[in-house]
Design a protein around this ligand. Sequence first.
Ligand SMILES: Cc1cc2nc3c(=O)[nH]c(=O)nc-3n(C[C@H](O)[C@H](O)[C@H](O)COP(=O)(O)OP(=O)(O)OC[C@H]3O[C@@H](n4cnc5c(N)ncnc54)[C@H](O)[C@@H]3O)c2cc1C
Length: 485
Amino acid sequence: MTEPRESPRGISRQTFLRGAVGAVATSAVFGTNRAGAEPGASSGWGDLATAIKGPVILPDNGQFASAKAVFNTNFNDFAPAAIVTPTSAAEVQQAMAFAAAHNVKVAPRGGGHSYVGASTATGAMILDLRQLPGGVNYDAATGHVTVTPATGLYTIHQALAANGRGIPTGTCPTVGAAGHALGGGLGAQSRHAGLMCDQLVSATVVLPGGTGVVASANEHPDLFWALKGGGGGNFGVTTALTFATFPTSDVDAVGLHFPLESFAQVLLGWQNWLRTADRSSWALADTITDPGGAHCRILATCPAGSGDAAAAAVSKAVGLQPMSVEKHTFNYLDLVQYLAVNNLNPSPLGYVGGSDVFPSITPAAAQGIAAAFNAFPAGAGRPLVIMHALDGALATVGPGDTAFPWRRQSALVQWYVETSGSPAAAANWLSTAHQAVAPYSVGGYVNYLEANQPASRYFGTNLSRLAAVRQKYDPGRVMFSGLNF
Ligand SMILES: Cc1cc2nc3c(=O)[nH]c(=O)nc-3n(C[C@H](O)[C@H](O)[C@H](O)COP(=O)(O)OP(=O)(O)OC[C@H]3O[C@@H](n4cnc5c(N)ncnc54)[C@H](O)[C@@H]3O)c2cc1C
């Protein structure tokens, strides 16, 4: 899908974000400065700083650079209006009331991993939620876990493992719970337990203006629907989330490594194996680029004791003997750790990423994905192509049952480049990759958000309903997410 976004074409992602947020925030908060008041010392911010215990860090503060830093270092030069760190849900409400009164855009920050730097957006008030008290609370009576929004995924797994429980999430240990679940939350348990958002039982949300509400199947069900995959930063600030969990057991993990030349064949074999595999099994297919060169891999997980059989079945489905096979047996938390270091680099770095969703991996689509990887320009960074399955429990939910629309598609590809120096070459390659698979792609995944893309790319037929929810809960478009709808 290539329809233009509302922003001007050709504009850089950084300029776009500055323009989108900065115009409102600068004219509103610093409007009096333009008329000659003291520069940078808006009395409004002073009022907020006095009203709440948490810090309000303005650009002239020595801690501003570290306070605005996020996971993707390519966004280090963004210039938010202020970093506000509430220490309670009540302070979130005060900050939201302040933002509405002063016409400032709000960008919440949890784990800070937004692909477009949305949680450090220029001109916005960043609500850094990492000091909200509460952490992780598991209720053995219900099997539900309640977390604060910035809680890292690994922290949740760690707390649940102590109770023999698990929750479906992606693999990066430091991604924040709210940012992740609000966009979906896709990972190694998705075939077994769906997306993280599929396990959401309720959420506490501070709406633009400062009113706090609870969203669940029975309370504000329209908002609840939108929170399940409608993307972070769109409707309000989520201050607590409660999820259902599942019991865990030991797992085998098998990695089968193949030559890069067979990547298209490996992708087809990966899909064919998934079609026959039990929901307790899962696999990704990816490329690995290390100093020795590039190759491709299928990384599968399955119940402990079934790893050898899974490896044989994967090899058969691909129709090739792998160059090498590695096999491990893990308890559940060790698996989480293993996946954390065997996928994307979990430490802050510069990266450019995006995605495409496929109804099916046809031979032509597989060739397109492989060709896109092969077209990566030398010197533009370290590219990774990662295939995520969209089947199993994830696909038992209807496309319109939650805001996440990709319930009847087979797979999505994540394009990801660890950039070195300028990210421009990586961004150009990303466009080339999209073009290479354009005939087979129906959209993208909002957690792998890209600048200058229309919201329809991420929400498909759910967009009109999502836009109506947004209009109801955030009619003044106070919230900033990097998406316009
Ligand atoms: C290394 C890496 C690995 C990843 N692996 C996976 C994976 O395996 N599977 C997967 O599905 N995704 C994965 N992701 C993507 C990740 O899920 C998204 O980037 C997610 O949005 C990050 O959430 P965050 O809280 O860390 O980031 P933030 O930048 O803090 O937030 C992301 C967005 O959500 C908004 N937001 C944050 N908190 C709140 C809140 N409390 N209320 C309302 N809005 C909020 C922000 O304003 C922003 O728009 C990965 C990302 C990275 C960088």
